[in-house]
Design a protein around this ligand. Structure first.
Ligand code: HEC
Length: 153
């Protein structure tokens, strides 16, 4: 019978060590993730540099676009009420749609849940846009579970 080569043993050892490391680094995906604890950090690392309403908000923050094609009050743009500011939970000031309408992540995750999923998973108009890396499998599962469980705070 052939002896196990030391190289094979080494590789098996590496695979086991890597497996242990990987499982240690990926906490279980919560079944009912919360926006504040689980989802917001993901949006902050991938999305809010464009979809943010604060001083560090990005290109989709109309308040930061005094001139150019994105300028003006939100209500002047028929698409604006759909824009989600992913660094906040509530869709404050949006009922009725006012001059300061900020659709929050809650709105994006519930009413527009299928669009959020489509942008995160699909290849048509993917988010974040290329060349930014897409969410990894763990992050996708967290957001999927958040939407499926009602996009709670
Ligand atoms: C580099 C800037 C940028 C980043 C980063 C980015 N987006 Fe977007 N996003 C845009 C732009 C510009 C649009 C409007 C054009 C369009 O619909 O494709 C948009 C549109 C969207 C829309 C449809 C309109 C809306 O706001 O509801 C969704 C949903 C969306 N993005 C989700 C995300 C999510 C989730 C992330 C992070 C995982 C993300 N985006 C990251 C620039 C960005």
């Amino acid at each position: 019978m052939a002896k196990t080569s030391p190289w094979v043993a080494l590789r098996v050892g590496w695979a086991l060590a890597l497996g242990a490391l990987t499982s240690a680094c990926s906490p279980a995906v919560p079944a009912t993730p919360s926006y504040a604890t689980n989802v917001r950090p993901i949006f902050e690392s991938h999305c809010t540099r464009c979809h943010g309403d604060g001083p560090d908000g990005g290109m989709l923050n109309r308040a930061r676009q005094p001139t150019g094609p994105d300028a003006g009050p939100l209500t002047s743009d028929p698409v604006a009420p759909l824009i989600c500011y992913l660094n906040q939970y509530d869709d404050t000031n949006c009922a009725p749609v006012g001059a300061d309408c900020h659709r929050g992540a809650q709105y994006c995750g519930t009413t527009l849940g299928s669009m959020l999923s489509m942008r995160l998973h699909g290849s048509i108009l993917p988010m974040p846009p290329p060349p930014a890396p897409r969410l990894d499998d763990w992050e996708l599962l967290v957001v999927d579970n958040w939407i499926a469980s009602g996009a709670g705070p």
